[in-house]
Design a protein around this ligand. Structure first.
Ligand SMILES: [Zn+2]
Length: 309
């Protein structure tokens, strides 16, 4: 069986999920290709996440304009990663909402150099990216009331990052979980908590929704959530065993059999995941015990290039 045989293809673009609720889906689920969404109310639009570059986000904004000319009043950031926030300013005039940790990370961590990003990720143009932090932050829950319906923003504790929020539309049975769900895209846990992420996915599954819009990958039902959960469980279990044997993260990353997830793109993320897990096993807090991301990125890239995984 070929490498790609278990990775389906899917239709990119705007996908209507329910009356006035849309996902914006990328055809790829590799580095910097992330999904977004929007909700059209009677008077205004709520957007969920911007994209990695100004150009991609302008295309997204134009797609929204094809459906409605109502103004974007709120822009929700599911977490602080650049692919979800760096082009917030394309929605100028929108009030930005995030978890308080997301805002803190966005403002306190120096932004990656666009020139360097252009050199490494040559398919993108990172010119003009900027950090536009949230105007409104919260720590646990915040509910927007839109035409009598609830749009619930919920933080479940550290998961993919320490400041994730998910958007839950209880009446429609739809969840925008941000990067709490990666599907056909290797989950990246370098800044959060694996134990927390798994617990959070159980909480999301218990919301009994029909539709999930992963941060990366195609729209799915609970089966997609479970696939992401299976990756996290596998990595947690296999890493723990190797941590117990005294392996280094590099040794463990090369040694862990990824099974079916070997075919998901960017499998070198296992290294960042194992680096995080070694800290988690030592009982370190992800908000204070951080990885040197640039250094880990270089090692991941070297590992991928050398075909070591
Ligand atoms: Zn992310």
């Amino acid at each position: 069986m070929g490498e790609q045989d278990t990775i389906p293809t899917w239709e990119p673009g705007v996908k209507q999920l329910a009356p006035n609720v849309y996902a914006y889906i990328q055809s790829r689920a590799t580095w910097f290709w992330n999904n977004a969404g929007f909700i059209v109310g009677a008077e205004y639009v709520i957007v969920i996440d911007s994209l990695a570059t100004v150009g991609l986000t302008e295309e997204f904004r134009d797609e929204i304009r094809n459906i409605t000319d109502k103004p974007v009043r709120y822009l929700i950031n599911t977490h602080h990663h650049g692919d979800h926030i760096w082009a917030n300013h394309v929605f100028s005039g929108a009030t930005i909402i995030s978890h308080s940790y997301c805002r803190r990370e966005a403002t306190e961590t120096p932004m990656m150099d666009p020139g360097l990003l252009n050199a490494v990720f040559t398919e993108f143009d990172f010119g003009g990216i900027a950090v536009t932090p949230a105007d409104i932050t919260f720590d646990s829950r915040l509910t927007l009331h839109v035409d009598g319906r609830e749009v619930r923003l919920i933080h479940l504790g550290p998961g993919h990052t320490a400041g994730d929020l998910l958007v839950h539309l209880p009446e429609e049975g739809i969840v925008f979980p941000g990067d709490l769900i990666f599907l056909y895209s290797t989950p990246l846990g370098m800044e959060g908590s694996f134990a927390g992420w798994l617990k959070n996915l159980d909480t999301v599954a218990a919301m009994d929704s029909r539709i999930y819009v992963p941060g990366h990958g195609p729209v799915c039902d609970v089966e997609g959530l479970n696939q992401c959960r299976d990756y996290l469980l596998l990595v947690l279990r296999e890493a723990k065993e190797r941590y117990g044997k005294g392996m280094t993260p590099d040794e463990a990353a090369r040694d862990i059999p990824l099974g079916p997830f070997r075919q998901w793109p960017d499998r070198e993320r296992i290294l960042a995941n194992v680096e995080r897990l070694w800290r988690e096993f030592r009982g370190e807090d992800p908000t204070t015990s951080k990885l040197d991301l640039a250094e880990v990125f270089m090692r991941m890239a070297a590992m991928a290039q050398a075909g070591e995984l």
